[in-house]
Write a protein that binds this ligand. Structure first.
Ligand SMILES: C[S@@+](CC[C@H](N)C(=O)[O-])C[C@H]1O[C@@H](n2cnc3c(N)ncnc32)[C@H](O)[C@@H]1O
Length: 242
């Protein structure tokens, strides 16, 4: 946690788009069990099976949170909605988060930077992946550059004390166990976008077999050579007291 928050029983935490709830479950191990926490996602399928009693789970969208949550939370966390929210949904999300935060409360976002076309000379698979990723994002109106623009969106929403920090994510065997897992995740994402890419005609890059070959080749590129690493940007900001 980079936002300067210390939590006690008078505080309340909201985690948005929790997926399997890794962040909020981890938070419960480091703060008092009297701190109330709320976890929301539009899809409950991955909600943790045996959560601690201080977490409530709700099926809600960040674009329209319950009206009686105004000024309810002292910390709101949102992590990795880069491939979930469409461009016009981002300002809706920042406005809703502003509304549900108490005056003086903090929001923290964590989002990856996107893959950029033309940034991987000599890495054919990486270039194809970056191109497909962009075409999919354009077709679905996703905001894959959101992490660069979050500070501006927060400022326009009324947040203050906006700060951010980058963390480099290394990929592949040369960078150790965690990086091997990250590379597997990314290849999984690529296999996950295979259907929409093919349904859209392949964007000139993919056939079913070709896309599997790209996924395999990517793993090998990441294992052997540096240069495909991604920045992860964590941004935090405060709702003013008055
Ligand atoms: C890539 S996952 C990230 C999960 C989790 N934050 C993590 O990093 O492990 C994106 C999650 O956002 C959820 N999501 C998508 N649109 C949403 C919305 N409008 N409001 C809340 N959650 C949403 C998805 O259902 C999915 O669980």
């Amino acid at each position: 946690m980079l936002a300067p928050v210390s939590l006690d029983r008078d505080d309340k935490v909201l985690d948005i788009g929790i997926g399997p709830g890794r962040w909020i479950m981890d938070l419960t191990t480091s703060v008092d069990s009297s701190v109330p926490m709320v976890a929301v996602d539009i899809e409950p399928r991955l909600f943790p099976a045996s959560p601690p009693e201080n977490i409530e789970f709700w099926i809600e969208s960040v674009t329209k949170l319950p009206s009686d949550w105004t000024d309810a939370f002292s910390l709101v966390y949102q992590w990795l909605l880069i491939l979930a929210l469409q461009v016009p949904q981002w300002p809706q999300a920042t406005k809703e988060i502003f509304r549900v935060l108490r005056p003086g409360g903090w929001v923290q976002f964590a989002e990856s930077t996107p893959w950029h076309e033309g940034k991987y000379p000599g890495k054919l698979s990486m270039e194809k992946l970056a191109a497909m990723y962009r075409r999919i994002a354009e077709a679905r109106n996703l905001y894959v550059d959101c992490t660069y623009d979050i500070p501006k969106m927060l400022e326009e929403t009324g947040f203050v004390d906006i700060q951010n920090e980058s963390r480099m994510q290394l990929l592949g065997k040369r960078a150790g166990e965690i990086s091997i897992e990250k590379a597997k995740n990314h290849v999984g994402v690529l296999r996950g976008i295979k259907t929409p890419v093919l349904e859209a005609g392949g964007y000139g890059y993919a056939t079913s077999e070709a896309e599997d070959a790209i996924a395999d080749a990517l793993g090998k590129e990441w294992d052997k050579t540096p240069g495909s690493d991604e920045d992860f940007i964590i941004t935090w900001a405060r709702k003013p007291l008055a």
